[in-house]
Every structure is written in C-alpha cells, then in structure tokens.
Design a protein around this ligand. Sequence first.
Ligand code: UDX
Ligand code: UDX
Length: 450
Amino acid sequence: MLYGFVSNMNLAIIGTGYVGLTTGTCFAEVGHRVVCVDNNEEKVAALCRGKMPIYEPDLEDMIVSNVSAGRLEFTTDLGRAIRECEIVFIAVPTPPHEDGSVDLSYIEAVTREIAAVLSPELGYRVVVDKSTVPVSTGSKVYQVIERYSRKGVQIDVVSNPEFLREGSAVHDLLNPDRIVIGADSQRAMDLMKRVYQPFNAPIVEVDLASAELIKHAANSFLALKISYINAVSAVCEKAGADVELVAMGIGMDKRISRHFLNAGLGYGGSCFPKDVKGFINVAEHLGAPMEILKEVERVNAAQLERFIGRIRRKMWVLRNKRIAVWGIAFKQNTDDVRESVAVKLIRSLCAEGAIVTAYDPKASATGAAVLADCNVTICDDMYECTKDAEVLIVATEWKQFAMANLVKVRENMRLPILFDGRNIIHGENAVHAGFEYHSIGRKTLYPEKS
Ligand code: UDX
Ligand code: UDX
C-alpha cells in the first residue's frame, strides 16, 4: 500500500486496548514512531513478546513488522513516552456508570499522570483525546493539566475521535472516510494534520466541542439506523413482508444508504450501547434531551425479547430443551464479547433451564470468562455444538455460519429447527436441508412434507 508524504513524528498512545493498539499500530504502519503505553504490566510484557491481547484481523502481522522496523514499541513507562513524544493520545476506557453517565475517572487519572511529567523545559505538547467522551471533556482535561502541572508548561488539548469498527479496525484506520480533528488552537491543528497527512483522507477541522459531539452523534445515529430497521422488521413479520427486500429498496436511495440496515438481534459491543446512553445523559444534562435515543434503546432491547418469545412459542417450554447457539462475540471477526447480544441470549436461555451449547470461531475464551456463572457448554467445533440439539440459533454474523454444511448440521440435530437471528443463512438452502427456517422480519420457511 502506498501512503502519502511521511513526516515521521513521535507519537505516544496511552491505553493499548482495541482502540489504542490498532490506532498506534496503524500510525507506525504509515511511518510514524509510536510508543504504546499501558498500565497493565502483564499486557505490555506479553505484547513485547509478540503475544496479542485481542483478535483483530491483520493486526498481529502489522505489529510484528513495525516492531522489527523499530517504529513501534510497548512500555509501562508513561513518563518516558511523554518526554519523547510531542503528541500524546489518550485511549483509555470510558465505561458507563449505572445511571448512563460516562465514567471519566480513567481519563482524569491519566491526565494527572501526564500533568506530573510535563515541564516548561520539555517544550510544547499536544494531548489528544481518542476515547469517546461527553462534550466539554477536552476543556476539563486542559484545566486538570493546568492545575496539576508546573507553571509555564505549553500544551493544547485536541479531540480526535475514532471511527473504527472492531473486526475491520485495521482497514478502517488505514482507509478512513474522514478524519475529525477538534482543536481550539491553530498550532495543535497543524501538528495533527501532519499526523494524518499519510492517510490521504479528508480532514474535518472543527472546534473541540464539535469534534466531541460528532463522535457521540455519529455512533448514536448508526445505532438509530439499526433500531429503525429492527422496528421495521417487526412490522414485516406481522405484514408477511420481507425486511431484506425493504432494506434493499430503501437503501438504494443514496440519502438513506444500505449500510447499517441489517436487521438482527440488535446492536451490542463496547461502543453503541455505551455511546447512546452517554449521549442521552449528556443531552439531558445540557437541557436538550434526546428522547429519540431512548426509543432506540427500547427497540434494541425489545428485539432480543421478541426473538426469544418466538423461540418460546415454537418450543413451548425451554426447560431441558437442547439449544445450540452459534456466535458469542458481539459481531463477526472479533473475540470481543462486551455487551454482546449473543451473550445476553445465552444467559436468558440458561436462566430458563435450557441445555445450551455454544460455539464461536474466536470468542470461546472471552465467552467462557463472561459466562462462567452460566450452565453453558462452549464447544470447539461448530458441528459438534449442534449434536442432539432441538434448536439451532445463529446469534452472530460470522461468515462460516453462512457457509455451513446444513445437511451435516441437520443430521446432527434431534429436531430440524433453525432460528437465524442475523439473517445470514440462505433460507432455501436451509429448507432443502430439511430445516424449518425462522429468521428476522421474514416469513418462516417450512420443508416440504415427503
Ligand atoms: C476505549 C474507550 O473505552 C472508548 O471510550 C473509546 O471509544 C475507545 O477506547 P477500548 O480500546 O475498547 O475503548 O478499551 P479497552 O480495550 O478496555 O482498553 C483500554 C486499555 O487502557 C487497557 O489495555 C488498559 O489496561 C489501559 N489503561 C486503562 C491504561 O493504560 N491506563 C489506565 O489508567 C486505564
Ligand atoms: C462502532 C462504530 O461502527 C465505529 O465507527 C466506532 O466508532 C466504534 O463503534 P463496532 O462497535 O466495532 O463499531 O462495530 P459495528 O460494526 O458498528 O457493529 C456494532 C453492533 O451493531 C454489532 O453488534 C453488530 O452486530 C450490530 N449491527 C451492525 C447490526 O445489528 N446491524 C447492522 O447493520 C450493523
């Protein structure tokens, strides 16, 4: 791949989670020198040995090649990173509190650590907020640095939200639709533009507060789009229409677009649920409530409930029914199970006394950890998972589920009942294999009686 002019800047990334690690690696890939910092010693030690803490396509090879090229390193030494790097990105977690407000304690703690290292002799530093935060966090970060650092330090605070999707994070980072930079200082803006010069992407230059809002508003809008099509899927089920055809028909209108119109079990993951909640909370506090987003959340929760209701109606009693679930991760191509709808589904089935087996191509270890208190058997093989099952549920949109040998699956199962919660199985193939095929927002298909 060819990148634009490489300016070889020194960049520090604090927090090597899904966002920090992929962002830092991609910065190194385009030619910058990157120091990734994390306060988790085990994680840093493992990364230094070349061991990946997460599964993300293409990431491992890229880390290995950039470490050996001397452009990427991992450390727990935040002080050294700040002394060596002119730009410091913060990518630590911003989880939700019980009431939906955003927990900014990690950001605040890291900001104080940065402040303690800064000094007038060190020269100018730009502190960049990569984590998703409520509007006006940037100005608070600035105040904290002023309060806790020595007199005379020169800094600016910038907001530079990420738009990477897990599972395609490397691709998204290297081929962004746009880069959003929010800065209230031209000096900081110019430096940030140099960071992104190699990416050949349009840069949206805005003020700090607008950049922070862009992130919350973008993720909430995407969640709204998903809830919209899920609400339409419920209407389709009642009307005997096909939500896939409806999505195609409306999605071809460029003003709407087909992206993020896949009806399913609802959105999950570490971002949408938290960001919708966060935006609702921020807007309420500002006195401009976003009631529409409460409905987005309601539809999202109802989608899974409705699906489980359909399985219950079909099977009558779930207690002691053998149910196989394909998918534990919150989406395909990741091992991340945070806020996974598949996990919620498994929990709910177990709570009703079903005998649940589950399989995921990458999330068996992460899944086993979050489901440790649940009576679910996690299998190593997708076919073994269906052995003697009375129902098979597809809960995550992995490609290998769409490509499954359904005849083999059917032979494994006790009853031929398939609930596709992601509309990825070819319905007619399922029927040919002998399945009764239930999906989202479409008519149920039945095998012909022989
Ligand atoms: C984070 C934010 O939570 C989210 O708001 C934002 O949208 C993207 O960045 P993610 O990268 O998925 O999300 O978080 P996670 O995978 O939990 O990683 C955070 C890392 O920060 C961990 O490795 C953790 O050890 C590290 N960390 C946390 C620090 O280095 N210092 C701290 O004080 C806290
Ligand atoms: C999201 C944003 O897309 C990304 O820009 C970023 O800022 C972080 O949050 P991510 O959560 O990694 O990325 O995955 P995404 O592909 O957006 O999927 C989120 C959830 O929505 C998944 O549970 C997925 O299954 C669901 N989804 C997505 C649908 O149900 N239908 C769709 O059409 C798309």
